[in-house]
Design a protein around this ligand. Structure first.
Ligand SMILES: C[S@@+](CC[C@H](N)C(=O)[O-])C[C@H]1O[C@@H](n2cnc3c(N)ncnc32)[C@H](O)[C@@H]1O
Length: 272
């Protein structure tokens, strides 16, 4: 049976959002400066926004994700691209059962592992599966960041969602430097091997408007869908929709009716 974490990410259709992330995902991979041959784990890989470019540049890639439909979508995209050095599996970042110690040169998680519960387990698992001398890079949204469209969408969504169960740890804490350092320190990484810096991710589309982008969040993005369901029950769906539409119009950088939405994030590099 699916747990709440899996249920959330199997809801809707994240591929609809991912379609706005391809060029920035490719640029993110290029910015890593990786030189094959190397074995890479893409954790919380979604439908392969970073996994496919990694394989295209010559890495041997394993993508792991908790969402079964996204694993299926990733496999289909890799097959359509004719990639053979890539595979995708269903798995949970909190417990990478079956993945050997030190079996990867590099672990990448772009807005993925941050959404798994039990962050200390996630940090420990990432450290465990990278070989000594290898690297982990995470991209994590920053809580309440006014410069980040995604943080603002999640903040508005959270305001309409019922309070989480006791003991729930917000995924957004993966965007706070002190939490990041503490989590990797508990996984045994000396603090001088953990680097955190702020960077910018850009969602883009030559066809979609900011309003259409919000509709996609409303109809296909699990956390926003749940928030809309709760807001509807409270008779506040229109209010929430209005806030998100206003936010998207305000934060859109494109001036020609298309979409260019910038979102700051914490880029975490860990030398294992
Ligand atoms: C915001 S999406 C990002 C997907 C992809 N990295 C990208 O940038 O397009 C978050 C991803 O994390 C996955 N995820 C959430 N919890 C997870 C867990 N416990 N273990 C593995 N993947 C998880 C979701 O299924 C989803 O694909």
């Amino acid at each position: 049976m699916a747990n709440a974490n899996q249920e959330l990410w199997e809801k809707g259709d994240f591929t609809q959002i991912a379609a706005f992330m391809r060029p920035a995902g490719q640029a993110f991979v290029e910015s890593l400066g990786l030189v094959p041959p190397l074995r890479v784990l893409d954790l919380g890989c979604g439908d392969g926004t970073t996994a496919l470019p990694l394989a295209q540049m010559g890495a041997e890639v394993v993508g792991i994700d908790i969402s079964r439909p996204l694993v299926k979508a990733a496999r289909a995209r890799a097959e359509a691209a004719g990639l053979t050095s890539i595979s995708f599996e269903e798995g949970d970042a909190t417990n990478l059962e079956g993945v050997g110690d030190g079996s990867f040169d590099f672990v990448l998680s772009m807005f993925g592992a941050m959404f798994a519960p039990k962050p200390l387990d996630v940090a420990r698992e990432m450290v465990r599966v990278v070989r000594k001398g290898g690297q982990i890079v995470m991209a994590n949204w920053i809580p309440n960041d006014p410069e980040s469209f995604v943080s603002q969408v999640l903040k508005v969504s959270a305001a309409y969602t019922p309070p989480p169960p006791e003991g729930f740890v917000s995924p957004m804490l993966w965007g706070v430097e002190s939490n990041i350092r503490e989590r990797f320190a508990q996984a045994g990484v000396p603090t001088d091997r953990i680097q955190v810096k702020k960077d910018v991710f850009v969602f883009g589309s030559a066809e979609a408007t900011p309003a259409a982008f919000i509709d996609i969040f409303k109809d296909f993005y699990g956390p926003t869908m749940n928030a809309f369901a709760a807001a509807s029950k409270a008779g506040k769906a229109d209010e929430m929709y209005g806030k998100l539409r206003a936010l998207a119009e305000e934060q859109n950088l494109a001036e020609d009716g298309t979409l260019r939405m910038s979102a700051t994030y914490a880029r975490v590099t860990v030398e294992v």
